[in-house]
Design a binder for this molecule. Structure first.
Ligand SMILES: [Zn+2]
Length: 406
């Protein structure tokens, strides 16, 4: 009986401790400045929905409010197509549309969210209770075969620019070649135009973002850049070996530049599939008659059905969790130090196979803080991870720029 009472008491105390920990994590999360380093949206959904309202997207103003997220880098993402005049024109149209939508959100809600164009604006805006929009560009493809428009993009508020996305482009090689165009590397890293891009970005105080770039591109960009280099959304290959996660040499070189690697939450890069899950996927592809070729592009109606059936994988082994995400943060912090790691959601995938459990949308952002706190990170370290490191890198890029944005 006495044993039972003690057990009950222990359970009550354990319950209290959990509640206290939760409160402490919530308080800390509200106290610090939190910036999500990479937020982008499917373009079709973005065109139809108003981010100032409660949408069915993972990130919008009400979700920032509910999740205690102070600001974000909203991303002008362009998928990689052919490097031709027609391809560049289409890419410019896409980037321009995205910019108009983000500017529309800011201009239409001046009492709620403000565009920050330099690092020093951000803490001031947060103090005033405003949400903060920063702009990043994912894939420099829309620039065409010149870097002349870097100045215009800087003036429009772009504060980081990714060199590539999936598929090589005119500036450099990607970590993931598009087999429609290339079987191996195209340039062996940066092209001569890509080297011009690095210099132009340095000159305008725009951070170079190496997420999605090949290792050669990454190392050459690092050798050339005078400013810190960042990864806006990349994981550690040492934890999950995918083509676009970064190996230890890349992580160390980014830290040596004064840069920041922001961990992404896209599930496939957070946690590797087990052998049984791989077998499930292979069997599913065989059942559905899907060719096992990197050159095959799945038609949308088949992709929807495939993704739905693929969810069966997570009955074998659960999808990546917040703990798996923070395992990457821990790994990177122990390798390169807490001054060079950051947090990004990269929630753009709309299906259930993309997002990790426990951080499904921006309302759950405090879950990351809670996990960091439970692993012994201090308040100042958590603040560094949640944006202070990115602001430091941005301020350094501005300080050395010949044409600084502010
Ligand atoms: Zn991406």
């Amino acid at each position: 009986m006495r044993g039972l009472c003690l057990m009950a008491l222990a359970l009550v105390l354990a319950g209290c401790a959990t509640l206290d920990d939760d409160d402490a994590a919530q308080r800390l999360h509200q106290d610090i400045l939190t910036l999500d380093a990479h937020v982008d949206f499917p373009l079709s959904a973005l065109s139809e929905q108003d981010l100032a309202t409660d949408t069915d997207l993972a990130f919008d103003l009400p979700k920032m409010q509910a999740g205690g997220v102070d600001g974000a880098f909203f991303v002008l993402y362009t998928p990689q197509g052919e490097t031709s005049a027609e391809g560049y024109a289409q890419a410019q149209e896409i980037a321009g549309t995205r910019l108009r939508i983000i500017r529309g959100l800011v201009d239409g809600n001046p009492d709620k969210i403000t565009l920050a164009t330099c690092a020093e604006d951000v803490p001031k805006l947060a103090q005033s209770g405003q949400k903060i929009a920063l702009i990043g560009m994912e894939n420099a493809y829309p620039l065409g075969e010149t870097v002349a428009s870097v100045a215009d993009w800087a003036a429009r508020g772009v504060r980081y620019m990714g060199i590539t996305h999936w598929g090589h482009n005119q500036f450099g090689d990607s970590s993931n070649p598009n087999f429609q165009y290339d079987r191996g590397p195209r340039h062996g890293g940066l092209s001569p135009l890509g080297e011009d891009l690095i210099r132009a970005l340095n000159a305008h105080g725009i951070l170079i973002d190496i997420s999605h770039a090949s290792k050669d591109t990454v190392m050459q960009a690092l050798a050339l850049s005078e400013a810190p280099v960042i990864a806006s959304h990349s994981g550690a290959k040492g934890v999950t070996d995918t083509a676009r996660n970064l190996d230890d040499e890349q992580l160390r070189a980014i830290a040596a530049s004064g840069g920041v690697v922001n961990m992404l939450s896209y599930a496939a890069n957070v946690k590797a599939l087990t052998a049984e899950q791989e077998q499930f996927r292979t069997a599913l592809r065989r059942d559905m008659g899907i060719p096992d070729s990197p050159e095959y592009t799945m038609p949308l109606e088949i992709e929807i059905d495939y993704n739905q059936r693929l969810l069966g994988m997570y009955e074998i082994e659960p999808i990546a969790s917040v703990a798996d995400y923070v395992d990457h943060v821990d790994y990177m912090v122990s390798l390169i130090g807490v001054d060079h790691v950051g947090i990004s959601s990269d929630f753009d995938y709309v299906d259930d196979t993309g997002r990790i459990s426990g951080w499904y949308d921006a309302t759950q952002s405090a879950a990351i803080t809670r996990e960091l706190l439970s692993r012994g990170y201090s308040k100042s370290d958590i603040a560094k991870l949640w944006g202070a490191n990115m602001l430091r890198a941005l301020a350094e890029a501005e300080a050395i720029a010949a044409h600084a944005p502010c």
